[in-house]
Design a protein around this ligand. Sequence first.
Ligand SMILES: [Zn+2]
Length: 300
Amino acid sequence: MILYKRYSTEEYPAYDNYDAINVDKTAEIPMDWAGAMGVPITFLDKHNPEQFEILGTSDNGIVDAELKTTPGLRKKFVDDYYASGGTGSYREGNPTAGYYKDGAAKMAYKRIFVRHLRDGRSERQEYLQTAIQWIKDDGETVEDYMGAHQHDKTATALLNNFQSIINRVERVFPNYRRPMKGVDWGGLYGLLQDESLVDPEALEAETARLMVDDDVTRQAGIYPYLLTREERHLSIRAFTAAMKQKAFELQDGICKSCSKEFELSQMEADHITPWAEGGRTVEDNCQMLCRDCNRRKSDK
Ligand SMILES: [Zn+2]
């Protein structure tokens, strides 16, 4: 089941008699709520035991040592329910899941209590959500998109497509790291399929090295970099103003490439040994080039 909603106190009231929140529709199970949740019984049609654990039902209560196991409605709650026009027959001690919404006491229909299983799947879920960013319209929220398309065939096709992208990503980069969420995997899908680029072990070794490289200032860029070898993805650390000033003075304002004289403001810093060949963003590896020479060099 692909989730897209985030928890909010307004939308997911806590029950009065269970340590759980109320979820009106199975599709609206919040992806980021770690505790118990009461969901409609239609949940069972979509239940994946690798995604959720079932804790009990509102017939018998939650069977869990850490959570409240005396589920009976409080007398006060039942009184409030009838005072605000509630119907049906409920009594103190009844296991029905009750909650307050907008100040009024409400009784939920029969609920199954579930909880997310924590096994990295929730993180995977988060980047699946990122995937939705790839196709939704600008100005549309992920929630709008999912709400509008969850049941149509096109959405199923798209979600299957995302799933194949995510599966491929997991094969190529089996070690999940948090910055993976910020990657436009949809745009990299073609490259991910290219077997000549893809050697999971070598990529893992390189990823691990780049993740701790101080000169890489954009970790999410490591993935597109490994597939395209375009350094711009990494936002390699820039030389500081002090490093530039020092190099400028050592060169007497002469461009190291064309040997003409320039003002500091007309020059740009350049790695003498390129970063890709092991050159660091340090004073000793800094030279100043005039803007034209530097642009020409970086175009190569
Ligand atoms: Zn020059």
